[in-house]
Design a protein around this ligand. Structure first.
Ligand code: CU
Length: 86
């Protein structure tokens, strides 16, 4: 039996915190929007796309495969993050 591991990335101040996170395969990452405006978590390769995450809401994705996954916010061009699965 294996448990799903969770990691949280907080969205605040127009940034992903942390902006790079290293996890084991099978980890579920929860993005928590603590900001006062909406954001998205959109894979640069279209692997995943949260759509709009409103303030106070979360969105999550399970990373099953190893690799480096860059993502960005569709609303703020300065916002970028990366998930490294190894
Ligand atoms: Cu944003």
């Amino acid at each position: 039996m294996s448990e799903i591991e969770y990691q949280t990335v907080v969205i605040a101040g127009d940034s992903y915190q942390p902006d790079e996170i290293v996890v084991d395969p099978g980890t579920e990452i929860v993005w928590q929007n603590d900001d006062e405006e909406s954001h998205t978590v959109h894979s640069d390769t279209e692997l995943f796309n949260s759509g709009e995450i409103e303030p106070g809401y979360t969105w999550s994705y399970v990373f099953k495969e190893k690799g480096m996954f860059n993502y960005h916010c569709d609303y703020h061009s300065s916002m970028a993050g990366r998930v490294v699965v190894e």
